[in-house]
Design a protein around this ligand. Structure first.
Ligand code: GLN
Length: 541
């Protein structure tokens, strides 16, 4: 029997609802349950694929090629359960679906309304595409009281009513602020937030209260009294040094026990050994390496969420702390600025779009290549490294990417056709922007005797993609003559997936996004190897 847990947020945004949901799922998993996590986003974009990372952080890509909310990345990192397209919906997707049905005549004769037509679609999504899970955890994006969120709250209220309260639990995450002038913590915002939720017919069963200090017993009782929940169901969620300590902390506060009590389940206590090991390694590293991340959205760390986590996982595997030096690539477009890279032990150029800052990324790749500093280029970072090598090593002076407009030597060019499984995908030049990239998992063959093959210890790998442009196969022979090795190719041999410089201590560019699949308990092999190279570099400098 599948049970449903709905997680809403109140008072302010950015309280870490996604992390709390992921941590609760990890705890239930550690008690032996099969779980699935889903995100319901009230914004009107069909998916976050067209949003600037400054608006909504990174776009997380699933194996089945969906561009989704970054919380799905937390879900995968905490549980190891691969997310699917059906695990993230938005108002935009629900409405386009309902409108398409209306045009087809599916509702012939009816007036289409938010209740029941929109709410019915939301409910169908919540309970659809499941696989015998014990628990489905559904996080509702935004904050209670947002206009866009209303149909979602109404849908989860109806859902709980339909499956029965013994199969549905509502968790509400709020903030208990400390007012320094009064020297007190305040419960009133939580009370108001619960009232707001009650006004749409939802009585929360568990309150997760975010706070920067322990909540005194009297305040915990007060919250319980005013919000109509048991005292044990008021769970403090304190700020943690590392996000991977959150499952342990919430377990200590009794969250999973309370969930089991609610559903009248008596599973064995959770096995949290792996979480203890991870936290131990993060809090007691044996050394430190510094990695320069040369990108564009360096002002907002959420824009590179999975990347920062994957680097940290590489650190866990090597027992070191990874200090990340986020540098805006544009600064390397001025003279003598690459010297700033002298102190670092590794340079990473992540995914990116557009011409701004591209020459700075090329300069960073050149510095890494010439100075023998470990270099990791991901997607755009691979493309820029190839352009750099084409110019400096292969003598292709005008080497560039057709992403930046017409170019004479399109070493990186637009893909208009590629093979997915047994069919050919086509895209017109200048078609729609939304969902039109090469998206999701694709296989890649590794060359024997290459560094990539040694790192993965496999011949055939699968990694996730999100790009429109590709290294142009017509330049491959010239680039290989100049010292590059294309050690990973699509199985049909048409698309370069991995490039390396065998003569360099560690220089690898990948067309895909390995950071999306890294987990704290299963760090990605490329990140393990890159950080290990940085450790060697740290001994050298
Ligand atoms: N802008 C490049 C492309 O579309 C790289 C994309 C990326 O780094 N995700 O191919």
């Amino acid at each position: 029997m599948t049970r449903y847990i709905f997680i809403t947020g109140g008072v302010v945004s950015s309280l870490g609802k996604g992390l709390a949901s992921a941590a609760l799922a990890a705890l239930l998993q550690a008690r032996g349950f099969k779980i699935r996590l889903r995100k319901l986003d009230p914004y009107i974009n069909v998916d976050p694929g067209t949003m600037s990372p400054y608006q909504h952080g990174e776009v997380y890509v699933t194996d089945d090629g969906a561009e989704t909310d970054l919380d799905l990345g937390h879900y995968e990192r905490f549980t190891g359960v691969p997310s699917r397209r059906s695990d993230n919906i938005t108002t935009g997707r629900i409405y386009s679906d309902v409108i398409a049905r209306e045009r087809r005549g599916d509702y012939l004769g009816a007036t289409i309304q938010v209740i029941p037509h929109i709410t019915d679609r939301i409910k169908a999504f919540i309970g659809g595409d499941l696989d015998g899970e014990d628990f489905v955890l559904c996080e509702i994006g935004g904050t209670v009281g947002d206009i866009e969120g209303l149909p979602f709250l109404e849908a989860i209220r109806q859902f709980g009513n339909e499956v029965g309260r013994e199969r549905a639990l509502y968790v509400h995450l709020t903030l208990v602020p400390y007012i320094s002038s009064a020297g007190e913590i305040k419960t009133k915002p939580t009370q108001h937030s619960v009232k707001e939720l009650l006004s749409v017919g939802i009585q929360p069963d568990i309150l997760l209260v975010r706070t920067d200090r322990p909540i005194p017993e009297a305040e915990r009782k007060k919250i319980a009294l005013f919000c109509n929940v048991r005292r044990e169901a008021v769970i403090p969620a304190l700020d943690m040094k590392t996000i991977y300590a959150v499952p342990l902390a919430l377990h200590e506060e009794g969250l999973d026990a309370e969930v089991c009590r609610y559903f009248r389940l008596t599973p064995p206590p959770p096995d949290l050994a792996r979480w203890r090991t991870i936290v131990e390694r993060i809090t007691k590293p044996e050394g430190e390496v510094t990695i320069a991340v040369v990108g564009k959205y360096t002002g907002l760390l959420d824009a590179y969420k999975s990347l920062a986590e994957a680097l940290a996982h590489g650190g866990i595997a090597n027992n070191v702390h990874v200090r990340m030096n986020w540098i805006d690539s544009e600064i390397f477009e001025q003279e003598d600025t690459v010297q700033r890279l002298e102190e670092v032990h590794g340079i990473l150029v992540p995914g990116g779009f557009g011409e701004r800052g591209a020459e700075g990324k090329i300069a960073a790749a050149r510095f890494a290549r010439e100075r023998q500093v470990p270099y990791f280029g991901i997607c755009f970072g691979m493309q820029m490294a190839v352009i750099e090598a084409a110019r400096s090593l292969a003598g292709i002076e005008g080497a560039c990417s057709s992403e930046f407009g017409a170019c004479k030597e399109p070493v990186v060019g637009m893909m208009t056709e590629w093979v997915k499984g047994d069919r050919v995908e086509k895209r017109p030049q200048g078609g729609d922007m939304g969902g039109s990239m090469r998206l999701g998992a694709y296989p890649c063959m590794l060359s024997p005797n290459s560094r990539a093959r040694a790192i993965y210890a496999q011949d055939l790998i699968s990694e996730r993609h999100r790009h429109r442009y590709e290294v142009n196969i017509n330049y491959l022979a010239r680039l290989e003559q100049a010292g590059l090795l294309f050690s990973g190719m699509s199985p049909d041999g048409q698309l370069p997936e991995i490039v390396e410089i065998p003569e360099h201590p560690w220089f690898i560019g990948v067309q895909f996004h390995p950071e999306l699949k890294s987990k704290p308990f299963e760090p990605h092999p490329l990140f393990i190897s890159f950080i290990s190279a940085a450790v060697t570099q740290a001994r050298l400098v």
